[in-house]
Write a protein that binds this ligand. Sequence first.
Ligand SMILES: N[C@H](CCC[C@H](N)C(=O)O)C(=O)O
Length: 262
Amino acid sequence: MKTSFYKYQGAGNDFIMVDNRNLEFKASTALIAKLCNRRFGIGADGLILLENEVENSVDFKMVYYNSDGNESTLCGNGGRCIVAFAKQLGIIQKSCHFMAIDGLHQAHFEAELVSLSMPDVHLIQSYHSESFYLNTGSPHHVDFLSSIAGLDVQKEGARIRNSNLYGKAGSNINFVEVQDNFMKIRTYERGVEDETLACGTGVTAAAIAAHFAKKITGNEVAVQAIGGDLAVRFLLQNQVYTHIELVGPAKFVFKGEIECEA
Ligand SMILES: N[C@H](CCC[C@H](N)C(=O)O)C(=O)O
């Protein structure tokens, strides 16, 4: 059966997108892992299904799978890409509401960029002054370092991710360098099991942890990932980080068809 696949990327974090409103795409771990394989398939950090949401006040539903083929928690860059995809499909215009695994999200366009609402952050665990753990829709370990350029992120990220710190569920691992008015980040992503060029929930976690650790003072911060620039806005109200927005590019790459086993 021929299936149309779209490819999007948000700051180099890339995704296969499927318009699955007819529910014809039958997701399996093996099929998704094969489609995401950069040699034997299309190649991507993850695969995202756009489906109808039964609750009619919502424009669509997002289902996210990591490139290992397993369904996972919130994907921030993927959330921004599905908004651009929904506009390409004519489902939405300038703004939308959609349901993801962690609940309801709002999103809107800011010129070429997509701004996505992220879940509130109530709890930030600090191991010491430079190391934190928080959940921004996906679990994130954040280490602040004086320099991240020469770091072996694949090796160091895998070591922390597979340590006894995070058990079977694991965590995404972020290495962050704070400059005067922006931050640099590199991320080892759970479920990709490698460094990705950007990680939206990771960029969000880094921004919130930096403010919590008093490394930044404003309520908006620019974050430079290898694949592109993102921005995070937030408020701190009654010790809860709220009104969090992840802002950045979400670009269409191509559309193609593949013969998929039914
Ligand atoms: N790999 C992550 C989910 C996707 C995160 C990333 N692609 C993003 O943009 O947030 C996890 O399993 O926790």
